[in-house]
Design a protein around this ligand. Structure first.
Ligand SMILES: Cc1cc2nc3c(=O)[nH]c(=O)nc-3n(C[C@H](O)[C@H](O)[C@H](O)COP(=O)(O)O)c2cc1C
Length: 235
């Protein structure tokens, strides 16, 4: 499909028809996604196609604990797990998680995660990451940039063959359990679970801030760039 259309309309899809995705299609999607960039071209990702119903259920259960904590933090007006979060406020918020879990619909995406047509676990070999911010005195994230472009390419490649999906990170809250469940060796991390399938609804317009809301000239507080809010504008 047209690259512009793909980039501007590939949103998170969490509702799938019952139609299966055959292995050949999935293999094609991964064959396209493997051209994603990574620091030093180390390609430290590993994909586990999770088919075993018991393992799928296990991942769903691990996802749910993080999910209800997430909802509880959102309900309290927090940005869940921000590196700069007020940990006390966060702790107070997650007290509400069991109540949210108790009243959750059994038909939610999270509750039915084990039923998605395709469930991919994306792990990463930490030894292969160029984590250039490793030694800074702040939360580090540069290493993640060597695996999430791949995950995004999976979603774009899936889109190109008519599939939709969503990148999820909730299970990272339970990483030791996830790694044990999937038999992942030491020195590796879980980066994401990706759900894929045939979308129930067609793709629609995405809600994103205009260029001028996140782009400035010369300094962080410089003049907004792209004041027309669309494509960069100009002098
Ligand atoms: C790093 C990252 C982590 C995410 N984690 C989750 C997740 O755990 N569960 C989920 O349902 N969606 C997750 N998402 C999907 C986002 O919620 C989604 O991309 C965002 O809300 C925009 O949605 P839209 O594309 O439909 O507008 C994640 C997305 C990213 C990029």
């Amino acid at each position: 499909m047209d690259l512009y259309a793909a980039l501007t309309t590939t949103g998170a899809i969490r509702d799938f028809t019952a139609a299966p995705v055959d292995d050949a299609t999935l293999a094609h999607v991964l064959d396209v996604a493997r051209f994603a960039p990574s620091g030093g071209n180390r390609q430290g990702w590993q994909v586990i196609v999770v088919k075993d119903p018991i393992v799928r259920r296990g991942l769903r259960d691990l996802y749910l604990t993080g999910w209800y904590d997430y909802l509880a933090q959102r309900a309290a007006g927090l940005t869940p797990w921000s590196p700069l979060a007020d940990r006390d406020a966060e702790a107070r918020a997650v007290v509400g998680a069991p109540g949210i879990a108790a009243s959750a619909s059994p038909d939610g995406f999270a509750e039915r995660l084990h039923e998605v047509p395709v469930l991919l676990a994306i792990t990463v070999d930490l030894a292969e990451l160029a984590a250039v911010d490793r030694d800074l005195d702040r939360y580090t994230f540069a290493g993640a940039a060597s695996v999430y472009p791949f995950a995004w390419s999976v979603l774009l490649a899936a889109r190109d063959v008519g599939l939709g999906g969503v990148l999820t990170t909730m299970v990272i809250r339970r990483e030791p359990d996830v790694l044990a469940l999937l038999g992942v060796p030491d020195g590796h991390a879980i980066a994401a679970l990706i759900a894929l399938g045939h979308p129930v609804k067609s793709f629609s317009k995405l809600t994103r801030g205009p260029v001028s809301s996140f782009t400035t000239v010369d300094r962080y507080n410089g003049d907004p760039f792209g004041s027309d809010g669309s494509n960069g504008g100009g002098a």
